[in-house]
Design a protein around this ligand. Sequence first.
Ligand SMILES: Nc1ncnc2c1ncn2[C@@H]1O[C@H](COP(=O)(O)OP(=O)(O)OP(=O)(O)O)[C@@H](O)[C@H]1O
Length: 311
Amino acid sequence: MITLQGLTKKYGGQAAVDNLSLTIAAGRVTGFLGPNGAGKSTTMRMIMGLDHPTSGQALVGGRAYADLAYPLREIGALLDAKAVHPGRSARAHLRALARTNGIPVGRVDEVLETVGLTSVANRRAGSYSLGMGQRLGIAGALLGNPGVVMFDEPVNGLDPDGVRWIRGLMRGLAAEGRTVFVSSHLMSEMQLTADHLVIIGKGRLITETSVKELIDSSSLNAVRVRGAEQEGLKMLVARLHESSVAVRWESHNELYITGLTVDRVSDLAFELGIRLHEVRSVEASLEQAYMELTADSVEFGAAAGRPHPGA
Ligand SMILES: Nc1ncnc2c1ncn2[C@@H]1O[C@H](COP(=O)(O)OP(=O)(O)OP(=O)(O)O)[C@@H](O)[C@H]1O
């Protein structure tokens, strides 16, 4: 479990992280989302004791990082995959880490196996591809068999196979009861990987919610209706307007209706004697729900139109 209590970091009077208080629970994958510059990396660095909070604190299993006798046994993190000496082999790097953290050296071969680097373990880390470097970083994070793992943008630049592997790994670690805290800008990936979300903007907490709750709250969830003829759809639209239901024409024979269930729309069409060829619910994606929520917190964005279902 990770606990943030009024966590604040200021650079030159400007708050990069602003009074964050929350608990990141064990046994699930918590996605850490927010626009560029929102303060995600700074928060993670403070959890790992790499940056000092201006005020407040970050606790791992109830203790500050600096108070952990063997930190790697409590928390493992992939913050910067390039933080490995390029001249060292993966095995030598992990052995050095194990020795300085009171971890049995035999554990090195286990984590090399877990991340699939056994066959290249004696090669210089400097010769590794981006994906291999990420795997080595993750091996380091898992070395102490910690109860808490934290990954900053772990799938950046990885091929689909690597992305899938990391997804499976994170889900597996959470299923073992560990705390998994992961930042990413890839919403489609977070929708598949995360159970819970912490969303920040400009250093402040915007919301903490489950993936499902966030998607359910989107105004972009709708019922899509395709009619046999336009006249019938016009009758339906007139009836919906009478009841102040939001409805939008997508094309001459297609409507998006917000705030009614598929059953209710079907019943209404039946009552009006309208022939329909399709009625189905369209769920917003995590990306769409996220964009709606964070529209006011994007610091460096291009002007863009509002997304719509099916976009
Ligand atoms: N060492 C530093 N000195 C000054 N400002 C900093 C420093 N580190 C971070 N910042 C500022 O703090 C803010 C938060 O940055 P941070 O890297 O934590 O955001 P982020 O959410 O991880 O962004 P991204 O998604 O782009 O990686 C930014 O405005 C950044 O410029």
